[in-house]
Design a binder for this molecule. Structure first.
Ligand code: SAM
Ligand code: SF4
Length: 337
């Protein structure tokens, strides 16, 4: 790997002493699925004119790299529904090994079979694919119309193209809780890692999230009774806590924002598809980087990034309570999960 290039502006350290080295970018708020815990069935999406142009995303991402960001994840919405996404991946991929340690993506997998080879050619090595059920009927119900076979084809294509695949599964009470052992067994058989996620109160949906909230503490106890799990100190710079399924290559992660706070080690910020920088998934504070860039160029962008950093809160305030309003109004698809 090439030596780290010199920083051209001060590194990003927030007022709590945390160094920001990870940028998540939501490249579109649109999606071809409507997962029940994520979106309402009738979502209103942003007009295309409100979105950052590809060139603007690249300029902002490159500015973050110049200030010490080493990892970028593209997300959404569904990143692979954005028409010029391959071009963006190519542009950012040029920095992998030369300024950027890793470029990766979180996708629902429906279009992965078409895109996997170009992602690999651009320098991507790992990808997260969301999969909440292996059962076709159940998958269709959770996503409101998705076809699990397409996602499984996409995952196979990604693996064949050389991408390491991590499966993300949101643990949903009464929807997939009985299937979590089978999903872990499948991941072991296929050689994928698995991360289980607690549902978070982000944006209005058609249901009450409290009904579906499943604390992962109980899930872990259940899985430990069935699988030989050993604690693993592996950290990806993300919020997951890991276990190893002994005798296999599979790592099992738990993202438990509601039952285990992980904010002390937070190293990330999030850029929305409209160009707003959010410092925390669970807070409304944001700074408009698109306006700064368009009005004042790189100098104004740097100032806006510094302002944003000064606003990064110590921790999120997620709580799940019956009938409570979501912690923040925007959906995960806007901020990029
Ligand atoms: N469409 C892509 C996908 O589904 O992987 C990327 C965007 S999606 C918002 C990223 C991740 O956030 C997915 O793993 C999804 O399951 C998760 N997610 C969405 N809404 C959530 C919520 N309210 N609580 C917890 N996880 C959520
Ligand atoms: Fe789309 Fe991902 Fe949200 Fe599901 S979780 S609706 S695939 S953005």
């Amino acid at each position: 790997m090439a030596d780290r290039p010199p920083l051209t502006a001060p590194p990003l350290v927030d007022r709590h002493g945390r160094t920001i080295s990870y940028l998540r970018i939501s490249v579109t708020d649109r999606c071809d699925l409507r997962c029940r815990y994520c979106m309402a069935e009738q979502m209103t999406f942003l007009p295309r004119s409100a979105l950052l142009k590809l060139e603007e995303i690249a300029i902002i991402a490159e500015r973050f790299m110049a200030r010490g960001v080493r990892k970028i994840r593209l997300s959404g919405g569904e990143p692979l529904v954005r028409r010029d996404v391959d071009e963006l991946v190519q542009r950012l991929g040029r920095h992998v090994g030369d300024g950027l340690d890793e470029l990766t993506m979180t996708t629902n997998g429906t279009r992965l079979a078409d895109h996997a080879p170009s992602l690999v050619a651009a320098g991507m090595r790992r990808i997260n694919v969301s999969l909440d059920s292996l059962d076709p009927e159940r998958f269709r119900y959770i996503t409101r119309h998705g076809d699990v076979a397409r996602v499984l084809d996409g995952i196979a294509a990604a693996r064949d193209a050389g991408l390491a695949v991590k499966i993300n599964t949101v643990a949903l009470r009464g929807l997939n809780e009985d299937e979590l052992p089978a999903i872990l067994r499948w991941c072991v058989a296929e050689g994928h890692d698995l991360t289980l996620i607690e549902t978070m109160p982000l944006g209005a949906i058609d249901e009450d999230r409290t009904d579906r909230f499943l604390p992962l503490t109980g899930v872990l106890d259940g899985l430990r009774a069935m699988f030989p799990l050993r604690r693993d100190d592996h950290r990806t710079g993300g919020p997951a806590r890991y276990w190893r399924v002994e005798g296999t290559g599979t790592r099992l992660g738990f993202i438990s924002p509601l039952t285990a706070n992980f904010c002390d080690g937070c190293n990330r910020v999030r850029l929305t598809t409209e160009g707003k920088l959010y410092m925390c998934l669970g807070h409304e504070d944001q700074v408009d980087l698109k306006a700064a860039l368009r009005d004042g160029g790189i100098a104004a962008l740097d100032e806006a990034i510094d302002l944003a950093l000064s606003l990064k809160p110590a921790r999120h305030d997620f709580r799940i309570a019956p009938g409570a309003a979501p912690a923040v109004r925007r959906h995960m698809s806007v901020t990029g999960g």
